[in-house]
Design a binder for this molecule. Structure first.
Ligand code: SAH
Length: 560
């Protein structure tokens, strides 16, 4: 819950706007301000105070306990011009909250946390449990001092300016142990604990077994990703309770699936009870990985629980990111976040230039020229399979005549893939032309580099016969000049010469230009590779200079 506190009429007005925008997330604290702040501080995860920073500093100072548990506090000034994260920038989520508050109120977030200011991700913001000298090591990274990275298990980290050596280091490890001086331990969720339990096994017995097993094997409980068991045990209180205490989910598998997993220690008892010769080992191994600890029984007599531990390799991450047609404000916030999340960026050089300023320092850029599609796709997938966080970029939507398909054709299921949609050229052009795509439409690429012309021509004919609005991508280049006239002639066989045609060059870029003409009047020589051409259907009209395809023909008539 976010507690809202204000003292003045202007503050109240801003407070009410926030409360109206987020009715589920916020609670208004009325009454004397000092008292309201105290109550909210004790009851909420976050506070937004419509008060001067000085006043809030004095009010919260006596309440501060520690960074891990104090709420995040954001101050907003009288005129709602600024949102200042005062406390708990990372852990308390105040930096992110200031951004959100800024969007609602039109206020500018004033973030003073050093890592955010220079575009470095803080070691405490990676979404991984951490131990050790986060402040000291982050400081060293910021100051450009050498910090070594020691990744015992691969994990897709965002870019951080590590050097090969240094007194300070970051260790990515699932091994137990305390951080040394000047060291930060990051705990990736690489361990899966397979668990079997007889009906009624006590939580304490299951938990003791798991914790004891991890301790003896020298593994950190903070790296446990999940408990795994058989479907029949999905509600076994001992397992559910132990998972809750460890703060991890329970993942279950059908008995037949577990019976098919090869394990070192099968036995007759679970086969009779639940239909698989192994629960703990098989469930731990079902998602792949390396068996670190074979089946062990609990110490109680009779033993009611078993467990086994598997290490799953860290999965790399491939984000396939559409950058939109060109303008920065048509690049989605999600695309921006993925660009900053990646430690490796793969793309065509001219697209890399489009977003280079958004990349975090330390991002490895693998750029190549036109025509190297297959190689770019292979590189991106190979980098992700090494366990890295990779962004593969394309203009418009990366799935439309672009990199997503060659990349995913290469990718195996051992990496995570995230797709971020972008505004494709047909949509960017449509918005400039008016409403040409108001009814059924299709896109056709006229590039016969990788597609035989017969196939393209068949599709143009089909579009002509079906009276679809058509947007031509890759319409014409120096070496390919006869395809567009040919395609237009096919459409002209089914549409009048007065059919509207929109031509948009460099949509949303600095030298954008567009015009609306007709099938009869279009001069193909005015079209190049930076252009899309949208041909209307038999119902498309030019109204006030804009191209309009009626939304529904019957609907239009009815409303006449
Ligand atoms: N993935 C891209 C398309 C790649 S094919 C997308 O979704 O938009 C390349 C063709 O797209 C170009 O030849 C041109 O026809 C079209 N195109 C891409 N960006 C454009 C823009 N900003 N303005 C006009 N056409 C564009």
């Amino acid at each position: 819950m976010i507690g809202l506190i204000s003292a003045t009429a202007a503050g109240e007005a801003a407070r009410d706007r926030l409360a109206a925008a987020w009715p589920e997330r916020t609670r208004v604290y009325d009454g004397p301000v000092a008292d309201a702040v105290r109550r909210a501080f004790g009851e909420c995860e976050q506070l937004v105070c419509f008060l001067a920073t000085g006043a809030v500093v004095r009010l919260v100072a006596p309440l501060l306990a520690d960074k891990a548990s104090d709420p995040g506090v954001v101050c907003v000034d009288e005129a709602a011009r600024f949102a200042v994260p005062l406390l708990g920038g990372h852990g308390g989520g105040a930096n992110a909250l200031a951004g959100e508050v800024g969007e609602v109120l039109g206020a500018r977030p004033v973030v003073t946390t050093a890592t955010d200011a220079v575009g470095l991700p803080g070691l405490d913001t990676l979404g991984l449990p951490y131990e050790g000298d986060v402040a000291g090591v982050t400081r060293a990274l910021l100051d450009g001092e050498p910090v070594a990275l020691n990744a015992e298990v691969a994990w897709p980290l965002p870019p951080l300016p590590f050097t090969g050596r240094g007194d300070r280091r970051v260790r990515v490890t699932d091994r137990a142990g305390e951080p040394a001086d000047g060291e930060v331990l990051l705990r990736p969720p690489t361990l899966v604990v397979g668990v079997g339990a007889s009906r009624g096994a006590p939580v304490a017995e299951v938990l003791d077994l798991i914790e004891g097993t991890l301790r003896e094997a020298g593994l950190s409980p903070r790296s446990v990703a999940e408990l795994a068991t058989v479907d029949a045990k999905s509600e076994e209180p001992g397992i559910v309770g132990a998972a809750a205490r460890l703060g991890v989910p329970v993942v279950t598998y059908p008995a037949e699936e577990l019976a098919a997993v090869e394990v070192p220690n099968p036995s007759a008892a679970p086969l009779a009870a639940v239909g698989t010769p192994s629960v703990a080992e098989a469930a731990a191994l079902a998602g792949g990985g390396e068996l670190l600890v074979p089946k062990r029984k609990s110490a109680a007599r009779p033993a009611m629980a078993t467990c086994a531990v598997v290490r799953r390799p860290g999965r790399g991450r491939l984000a396939v990111v559409g950058l939109g047609p060109g303008a920065r404000d048509l690049l989605t916030p999600r695309a921006k976040a993925e660009l900053r999340r990646a430690s490796v960026l793969v793309g065509l050089d001219q697209y890399v230039d489009q977003i280079r300023d958004l990349l975090r320092p330390g991002t490895r850029i693998l750029e190549s020229g036109l025509g190297a599609e297959e190689e770019r796709a292979r590189t991106a997938v190979a980098e992700a399979r090494e366990g890295r966080a990779v962004a593969l970029i394309g203009s418009g939507d990366a799935g439309v005549y672009a990199m997503a398909s060659p990349a995913l054709a290469e990718a195996s299921d051992d990496i995570d893939v995230v797709g971020v949609p972008g505004v494709t050229a047909a949509l960017a052009a449509g918005a400039i032309l008016g409403a040409p795509l108001g009814h059924d439409h299709m896109s056709i690429s006229l590039s016969d580099l990788h597609t035989p012309w017969e196939v393209i021509e068949r599709r143009v004919r089909a579009a002509a016969e079906a009276d679809l609005v058509v947007t031509f991508y890759n319409p014409r280049s120096r070496g390919r000049d006869w395809q567009l006239p040919k395609a237009l002639a096919i459409l002209a066989g089914h549409r009048a010469p007065a059919t509207p045609v929109g031509v948009v060059r460099n949509a949303s870029r600095a030298d954008e230009s567009s015009r609306v003409t007709t099938l009869g009047a279009l001069d193909p020589a005015t079209v190049d590779m930076m252009t899309v051409v949208t041909v209307g259907n038999t119902a498309t009209r030019i109204i006030a200079g804009r191209m309009v395809t009626p939304r529904g023909y019957r609907w239009q008539e009815d409303s006449k």
